[in-house]
Design a protein around this ligand. Sequence first.
Ligand code: COA
Length: 260
Amino acid sequence: MSYQNLLLRSENGIAYLTINRPDKLNALNKQTISELHTAFSALDKDASVRAIILTGSGEKAFVAGADISEFAAFSIDQGKALSKDGHDQLFDFVERLGTPVIAAVNGFALGGGLELAMSCHVRVASNNAKMGLPEVSLGVIPGYGGTQRLAQLIGRGKAFELIFTAGMISAAEAIQWGLVNHVTTPAELLAKCEEIAFKIIKNSPSAIASAIRAVNAGFADGVNGYQAEIDEFGKCFGTGDFKEGTTAFLEKRKPQFSGK
Ligand code: COA
């Protein structure tokens, strides 16, 4: 599969997915969102891919937001559909993916760019990254999950401040606020993401997918996260990975997980 706006390669169980519109600071247009959906969907079905690293092309931006030129003339209904399609195709989709996704935030992560990073399961930023939700400066609000995920990650008070001021925070502030997990130099960014990915891929893919569902359940409306954990925990006992993990421990050897 070839993509117009994405670069994709896989090596040693890790897929490297790069949003490739550097002349537009990797802004998310309709085509890019659709390609990301296709790529994430295919990677999630590929058992050889155990972790995905998502980044932006060039040295300046992860993603500078949704493509403003595409929606500037939209009506109320078109605006609502834009947000809903984005949630369905990309932002909720990534958050719920069974394969863990690490965002390598290599520069500006603004608007939809920060929302995409927040949909990923883990975030690592380079020390030149700038993050924010500047939508109110355009007369709109974050529409790709930003009002929800930012408040979940950094708390409501700080989320209100960042959204109301349309400001940008540095990587140093982002780590202090709990918005990113690690900060590195630009040169070390991918290596740090790989270090995390290699630790992840030693473990059971089916258990990791269960953990993603259980953690997400706690943030879903009308769902009891503890009950979801009980159910997911129980399901693990029916997997080959559980048999392999426990047998390998008792036999004092390293497990070979199939993800089944
Ligand atoms: N949508 C569409 N195009 C975008 C974009 C976006 N969100 N962000 C950047 N671009 C385009 C610019 O229009 C410009 O294109 P051009 O060269 O054809 O004119 C190109 O990317 C480079 O951006 P530029 O603004 O010249 O770079 P800069 O270094 O001066 O400023 C930013 C960088 C990130 C501060 C600035 O591009 C910006 O504010 N972008 C919009 C951020 C935003 O509001 N995002 C939320 C959208 S809901």
